[in-house]
Design a protein around this ligand. Sequence first.
Ligand code: KIV
Ligand code: ZN
Length: 387
Amino acid sequence: MASNKVYIFDTTLRDGEQVPGCKLNTTEKIELALALEELGVDIIEAGFPISSPGDFESVSQIARVIKNATVCGLSRAVEKDIVTAAQALKHAVKPRIHTGIGTSDHHIKTKFNSTREEILQRAIQCVKWARKFTDNVEFYAEDAGRTDNDYLATVIEAVINAGASTVNIPDTTGYCLPYQYGEKIAWLVNHVPNIDKAVISCHCHNDLGLATANSISGVISGARQIECTINGLGERAGNTSLEEVVMILRQHHDLGYHTDIKPQKLNPISKLVSDTMRMPVQPNKAIVGSNAFAHSSGIHQDGFLKNAINYEIINPQEVGADGSKIVLTARSGRSALAYRFLKLGYNYNRNDIDVLYNEFLKVADGKKEVEDGDLHELAEKYSVEVV
Ligand code: KIV
Ligand code: ZN
């Protein structure tokens, strides 16, 4: 029976770092790699060693300092790439070479001007080259999301025979719907005779906002590795977000899957990545956005204050966030106003709040958010009127 551990393959330092403006120097990459190891990721894709001398240096330094996680280097199906990746990973305790080639007819015809048969041979060849250096070889079938399932199954069977122990099925263009991606993984489980010799990996892009849903669908269909990034960074619209898939598997533990990620570290590492890459996190981002635990409408605030579980499925402490916030806007209600006054030391009864609420709305209609200073002013005015 397949194990229900889902391996977390973090590619923040490779697919994430490809984002314009996110480039990191070696010192920054090492700092993030150490934080990823602390977080509990199983595999760190540290970079693409042939791409530049700087990236080669970063991968080799990371390979020296990381002791528990597997350190992975990307390559194309080109011998020089693979040799360079192997050199960069020379000092890794657990090295992995990630190699592969595009398998969709789009890539075969318009990128390689080639044929399915030739690409199949190149796929087999690149795994054989990589196996000369390590027995931990991952093969990627780029644009698998748009690859014909019969042909994909042929390629995957052949690369496993050639020695790949992980097979990555990227939805490179973020094209698939969740049920289609899930069916693709199920197709491989059912049509590749040696599939039990490899771990199937999901690598989904977010062009249609479906990367997380597709990865979870892949796992339900039999994949046991998810390739993801902190804050969902990655080419174009990004990759599957690590914090989302980890928390989905935790929240829906009835599905029976688990990861080794320490959830309390999710918000701290999100901030570290955002600061280091100078890439702000959108406020409404699940798990790590500044509004992920903020309540601002009257109905939600009242229900939340009666019992947090009414409007929060995750305790912010569980994911290392600062805590829940009751934000005051013109859409807020009396319970929230009373709560915020109480936090500032004003213990008003229901009648006081009724009067203050009307004054509060006048202020709130004129600005986006009512702050503590505004509440002190309202309290001051009220005390003068009451006296
Ligand atoms: O999106 C993709 O297909 C990739 C591969 C290189 C794994 O990033
Ligand atoms: Zn990618």
